[in-house]
Write a protein that binds this ligand. Structure first.
Ligand SMILES: N[C@@H](CCC(=O)N[C@@H](CS)C(=O)NCC(=O)O)C(=O)O
Length: 261
């Protein structure tokens, strides 16, 4: 008797229902895990009364610690910090309360107000990068740019892997196979490279707020994605993006080395 023949016929008859129920339960569990993590971070945030009286007109930028190869392993943080430097806004870093009321990093406190979200402009790009970093690569290379102990890194990777998989699935991009995601991501990078062209900055000779976003993401590709197909693609085919990162780094991050963990 083959394995297939040994399966009771009622199981075969109900297999569609069983698969649907199992899929539904898996999805519900993922949503519940994500909600639990969200509420835990929110609760931690609510206890943070100390951020209600901070030095006047000084932005407190709350985020996870510095990276080893770039000032932050978060594109949103590099984006925001570059913007603060570009706009000459005084700021201080806080690494003790990284999570916002929305359970995301970064967030800021300013004159008693707390604001979350750095305003994504390249949402899709980040999803492609996240999938590479926390799903496809199996976490290999994380220790090259994340300044964490091996055990913290392993815990962080497990959480990030589950959250990126779930988020990418619901967003949609996670339903493609890996080759398609890499293709889409590289096509996006190519489009950005074409938009930049020979210009010094996105909109011309002078840097603007949008450059902070682009730089935030490109820093992750160049400095925090060892072994990724994106890094090799950009290095081989899109030299203007590398030169652009060099310009932004020279202009706004002359203390880059000092900002590494
Ligand atoms: N829209 C937010 C996105 C921030 C964000 O997604 N940050 C990531 C770190 S790079 C995060 O907090 N992830 C944790 C999570 O999604 O649970 C912004 O622009 O600030």
């Amino acid at each position: 008797m083959t394995l297939l023949q040994s399966i009771p016929s009622w199981v075969k008859d109900c297999s569609f229902v069983l698969v649907t129920v199992a899929g539904g339960l898996w999805t519900l569990k993922k949503i519940r895990d994500a909600k639990n993590a969200h509420f835990a971070a929110r609760k931690a945030h609510e206890n943070l009364l100390q951020w209600s009286s901070t030095p006047k007109d000084v932005v407190i930028l709350h985020t996870i610690g510095r990276g080893k190869t770039a000032p932050s392993p978060s594109p949103f943080v590099v984006k925001l910090e570059t913007f603060l430097r570009m706009a000459n806004i005084p700021y201080e870093m806080d690494f003790t309360s990284p999570w916002s009321s929305k359970a995301k990093t970064p967030w800021i406190s300013l004159n008693g107000e707390h604001i979350a979200d750095s305003q994504l402009i390249i949402e899709f790009l980040s999803k492609g990068l996240g999938l590479w970093r926390y799903v496809y690569s199996g976490g290999a290379g994380l220790s090259e740019f994340m300044a964490m102990s091996p055990s913290d890194l392993a815990t962080f990777f497990r959480a990030a892997n589950a959250r990126v998989k779930t988020a990418s699935w619901f967003q949609g991009v996670g339903r493609h196979d890996q080759d398609t995601v890499v293709e889409i991501m590289n096509a996006n990078l190519e489009a950005v490279s074409r938009i930049l062209g020979e210009k010094r900055f996105l909109l011309g000779e002078e840097p603007c707020a949008e450059d902070c976003s682009l730089f935030g993401f490109l820093v992750q590709v160049f400095w925090c994605a060892p072994g990724s197909p994106y890094k090799s693609f950009v290095e081989e085919n899109l030299p203007n993006l590398k030169a652009y990162c060099g310009r932004m780094k020279t202009l706004f991050w002359d203390d880059w080395e000092k900002c590494l963990a």
